[in-house]
Design a protein around this ligand. Structure first.
Ligand SMILES: C=CC1=C(C)c2cc3[nH]c(cc4nc(cc5[nH]c(cc1n2)c(C)c5CCC(=O)O)C(CCC(=O)O)=C4C)c(C)c3C=C
Ligand SMILES: [Fe+2]
Length: 415
């Protein structure tokens, strides 16, 4: 860690101490160098509580468990050249490590005539397990000024239309994405706000979505969160502690795609409205038949425990206990697997209908978008859940591999 760094807790102590010399002496070099266009190396500070490391083989925020809040931002890229974009990702690397350490993105200046380098609303807060995940969308590679067309992976293209989706252009696509997850929504927002602020002239916000997850925690044991239809959501996910499984499901392996994406992954995002008014008029048995699981325990129909194996062959009076058109049965019809990492959202009401604008910010990570697409196709028109949901937003991003100390986000793409 740079000796010159300053924690967000320290800022409160230092506040009020005048004199540029004092402040630069205490917290120094980072902001000064950043202001002159250089990016000093900032390391993970493992002495900080509630902190997730930035550096590693893979980016954070993909296998990182139990995120409570997300601020997801989809961005337009307005950089004029590849060199400009590369500089931005270098700067974002330094910023991301500082933010995930719970530090200011730049030291305060004593000059009150200047805006403070850090927007300040996370002052005094710890990192709250902040993770930052960056990806690039298909449209980035179509920008002639960036000269990246030859680096576009064949599979990085807009997700296909699915029956009944009613996409709203306000929630579609994006050149770049930033996913900020934290246990504190203000920490997540602060991170995205400062990243965007530092990128002025190089990116603009296209769309964004906040989301949340709530779960009971006893010691280290965490219960599966419930979605806004009250069902446990995430039970059937692959085991993120199983590295071999993650290499099969999530991480792009050497030779599978463009080399810059090795160790990275694809993020499929769907903003899915959930018609809670209709759901709340549905019987419990109807709700359980929709998912193929019990609402209370999360167990597959016909079973007792949440993690009992789903048995699609189980019959009662000649009929499958887990209905063939249930969400889970259809998801299991194909052999493809994905890692879901979704969040509920609640965005007020739709002024035209008076209905809640609420639902699921569905996010899944997979080594090839075809895994998501095959599951989506299997669900197709048949999924009983379709009666209660409408897909409103959609985007696909290729998320960079992790960053080695001394390197920067997307180095393999830009070098
Ligand atoms: C194409 C991928 C999927 C979309 C889109 C999707 C939307 C969606 N899902 C729920 C709620 C639940 N999904 C559950 C399981 C489940 N869902 C998918 C895929 C998509 N879901 C998969 C691959 C699975 C796992 C199937 C398995 O192998 O068992 C469940 C059951 C519990 C669990 O495993 O998480 C729920 C509940 C909603 C509400 C929704 C759109 C709003
Ligand atoms: Fe699902």
């Amino acid at each position: 860690m740079l000796q010159t760094q300053i924690s967000r807790r320290d800022i409160l102590k230092i506040a009020g101490v005048g004199g540029a010399g004092v402040l630069l002496g205490a917290s120094g070099l980072t902001g000064v160098l950043t202001a002159f266009g250089a990016n000093p190396f900032v390391d993970d500070d493992e002495s900080v509580d509630n902190k997730v490391n930035f550096y590693g083989k893979h980016q954070s925020g993909i296998l990182t468990k139990n995120p409570k809040h997300v601020y997801f931002a989809s961005l337009n890229c307005t950089a004029g050249s590849k060199a400009e974009l590369k500089e931005l990702f270098r700067l974002w690397t330094t910023y991301s490590v500082s933010l995930m350490n719970g530090q200011l993105v730049g030291p305060n200046s004593a000059n009150a005539l200047l805006p403070p380098p850090d927007t300040g609303e996370a002052a005094g807060l710890d990192p709250a397990h902040l993770t930052l995940t960056f990806g690039v969308g298909p449209s980035l590679f179509e920008k002639k000024e960036l000269g990246l067309a030859h680096k576009k992976p064949a599979e990085l293209k807009d997700l296909p239309h699915i029956p009944k989706d009613q996409l709203d252009p306000r929630y579609v696509g994006g050149d770049i994405c930033v996913q900020a997850c934290a246990d504190d929504p203000q920490v997540a927002f602060h991170a995205v706000r400062n990243l965007i602020r530092a990128a002025r002239g190089k990116v603009t916000l296209k769309w964004s979505q906040t989301g949340f997850n709530s779960y009971k925690q006893k010691g280290k044991k965490v219960e599966t969160p419930r979605n806004l239809f009250a069902f446990k959501d995430g039970t059937g996910n692959p085991d993120t502690d199983d590295a071999k499984e993650m290499d099969k499901v999530v991480w792009v392996q050497p030779g599978q795609s463009k080399s810059w994406l090795t160790g990275g992954t694809y993020l499929a995002v769907r903003r899915i409205q959930m018609h809670v008014e209709t759901w709340d008029r549905t019987s419990l048995s109807g709700q359980e038949a929709t998912f193929g699981r019990h609402r209370d325990t999360g167990a597959p129909l016909g079973k007792k425990g949440e993690f009992d194996e789903v048995d699609l062959e189980l019959k009662e009076n000649g009929k499958p206990v887990v209905p063939e058109n249930s969400h889970v049965a259809l998801a299991r019809k194909v052999k493809d697997r994905i890692l879901r990492r979704s969040f509920s959202y609640s965005d007020g009401i739709n002024p035209d209908t008076g209905a809640f604008d609420t639902g699921l910010l569905f996010m899944s990570f997979q080594q090839n978008p075809s895994q998501f697409i095959n599951i989506q196709k299997s669900m197709g028109r048949a999924d009983k859940l379709n009666e209660y949901i409408t897909h409103r937003g959609s985007a696909l991003f290729a998320c960079f591999p992790g960053v080695k100390k001394g390197s920067f986000l997307g180095a393999e793409l830009f070098n």
